[in-house]
Design a protein around this ligand. Sequence first.
Ligand code: TRP
Length: 337
Amino acid sequence: MEQQPAQEKKKIIFSAIQPSGTVTLGNYFGALKNWVSLQDEYNCVFALADLHTITVRQDPAKFRARIYEVYALLLACGIDMEKTLFFIQSHVPAHAQLAWVLNCYTQFGELSRMTQFKDKSAKHADNVNAGLFTYPSLMAADILLYQADMVPVGADQKQHLELTRNIAERFNGVYGNVFKVPAPYIPKVGARVMSLQDPSKKMSKSDENANSYVAVLDKPEVIMKKFKRAVTDSEAKVRYAEGKDGINNLMGIYSAVTGMTMEEIESEFDGRGYGDFKTTVGEAVVEHLRPIQERFERYINDKAYIKECCDKSADIARRIAQRTLDKAMKKIGFVIG
Ligand code: TRP
C-alpha cells in the first residue's frame, strides 16, 4: 500500500476554569496566559466549569453575571474562537451524564484521599455535599469526553488528573480503548503568583483581604494601591533570594509582564528602593492589563456576541462529547437511543 504523506495531527489539550469569584493575576499568569499561547500548536478545548462551581453555594444573580463576565474576560485575554473550542460546561449535558457513569467506576476510598476534598470540606463544614466529594469524577468526564492528550495543571489539580488517568485506565481495562489517557502538560513558563499580603500563600480570589490579590479587572488606581501595600522585607535590596518571598513574588510578576530575567531586574533596580520598585511593577501590570480591560468592556457590552460564541461552541462540543459518551455507554451495555 502506498504510504500516505505524514500528516501531523495536532494534539488535543483540555482545560477548564471555574467562574467563581474574580479572575486574578494568579489565574492570568498561572493559567490563562498559557492557554492563549497554546492555541496555535494544539487543538485546544477550554470550558467554563460552571457545574463545578455549585459545589459551593452561589448567589443566583451573581453566579449568572459572573459566567458571562469570565467568558468575556477570557475572550479579552486572547482566547480565539477561530482556533479554539471554548464553551460553557453546563451547555453540554454529556458532562453530567458521563460524570454519573464514571462515579460508578470510581472508588469511595479514592475520592476520600483527594486533598482538595479534605481542605474544602474543612472550610465549608456546613455544606459538605456529595458534589464536593464526587467533583473529581466530573472533572474526569470533562477531560475524557474530548479524548484530550494533555491537560495543563497546576499543583492543586495534579491529584485530580492522576485520578482521571486511573479511572480511564480502569475503564479501558474492562472495555477496551474507549478513553485517551491524558498526560499532564507542564508549561514551559508559568509564574506562580503569591499573595501580596502573605507571600507564603498562593494568590487567591477567595482571600478575605482584597489587598492580597490583584484582579485582572481592577482599576489602575486600585492596582497601584495594592502593589504599594505589598509586603516586602527589611533588606531594602531588590534581589531574588531565599527568605525574600515578597520581593521574589514581585520580581516574578515583573518578569512575567516584561519577559525580563531575575538578573536583569536586579540590575535595573540596583541602588533603588522598594517604593520605586513597587511603583514600577504596579505600572507595568496596569499597562499589561489595559488592552485586556478595554477589550473586556467591548465584549461585556455586546451580550449578543458573547451569546453567539457560547451557542456556536456548545453545538460543536455537544457533538464531540456525545460521540464519546455513546461509545462508553454502548460498551457498558446501555441501549443507545
Ligand atoms: N477543577 C478545576 C479548578 O477548580 C477546574 C476544572 C474543571 C478543570 N474541569 C477541569 C481543570 C478539567 C482541568 C481539566 O480549577
